[in-house]
Design a protein around this ligand. Sequence first.
Ligand code: GH3
Ligand code: MG
Ligand code: MG
Ligand code: MG
Length: 315
Amino acid sequence: MASNIIQAATSHDALFPVQTRPRLLVVDDQPANIQVLYQILSSDYQVFMATSGAQALALCAARQPDLVLLDLIMPDMDGYQVCQRLKEDAVTRDIPVIFITAQTDESAEEMGFDLGAVDFISKPINPRIVKARVKTHLMLKAQSDLLRSWAYLDGLTGVHNRRFFDERVNAEMGRAIRNQTPLSLVMLDVDFFKRFNDHYGHQAGDDCLRRVAATLKNSLMRGGDHVARYGGEEFVCLLPDTDFAGAMRLAEAIRQEISGLQIEHAQSSVAPYVTVSLGIGCKPAHLHASAMSLISLADTQLYKAKEHGRHRYYG
Ligand code: GH3
Ligand code: MG
Ligand code: MG
Ligand code: MG
């Protein structure tokens, strides 16, 4: 397939590194049509090409372009089918699709919008209109991506929020069951934090939470790991492909790193600085479990860590 992917390489590269330019996929069964669009767009964008619907779907899944320019009439799989398939798959659903077609009747256009296309451009194409529409839709896509990412962040600490975690833990559990891989969860809670707030004030409490969150982020080694704020002074670390032993190692490392921050806590009964208690839940590789049971297990273990003296982990 690699031979079918032609990447733009122009003098524009010096100003705008190729890998950071928005990525477009142009799909048309006629190479001559692709050539025309390539010439119009390749100076501003990375342009990938496909000459069939099947190829377009494969490229979208593998490379997730920022926008697709899609021919309507193609043999085998037409543009409508390609668009429908893109919108059905969670991985490609949010990629905007612009139809480019010689078909001018309104019902064709209506059907395209019904299937989730964002725009229609008619052939023969006007280069300036193509450029303007592509630019507009890329901007809208970038804005909605940004808003979506904000919706998943915790405002105080900057790590992911509960909404993100709730969605992710279900997705990761599904994946772990399908792939028969382990999935671990470390849940942690700051010890005697009410006393901390009462003694040092709410502002200092907020600062403490920010430092704890930053430390958790730094402690997670793998790209696929996620840290989220689960509640007030409770955080969760979601660890795909991590078995119980790995989760225990991480819990211990976190325990030590938080106490190592030496954030003064004169009112704590465990230490003169801020500490955390942790609970571990693990779904072993070849067993089934629900996201709910994993969370409840980690929560139970966290409760035990509290009961047995705090500043420790249980699993
Ligand atoms: P334990 O060791 O058993 O966990 O005791 P604790 O005092 O930490 O637990 P408790 O649940 O009684 O108190 C949690 C406190 O966390 C109460 C609340 O004021 C504080 N808290 C929750 N969210 C925030 C926040 O966003 N900022 C600040 N500063 N404090 C918060
Ligand atoms: Mg065609
Ligand atoms: Mg708590
Ligand atoms: Mg607490």
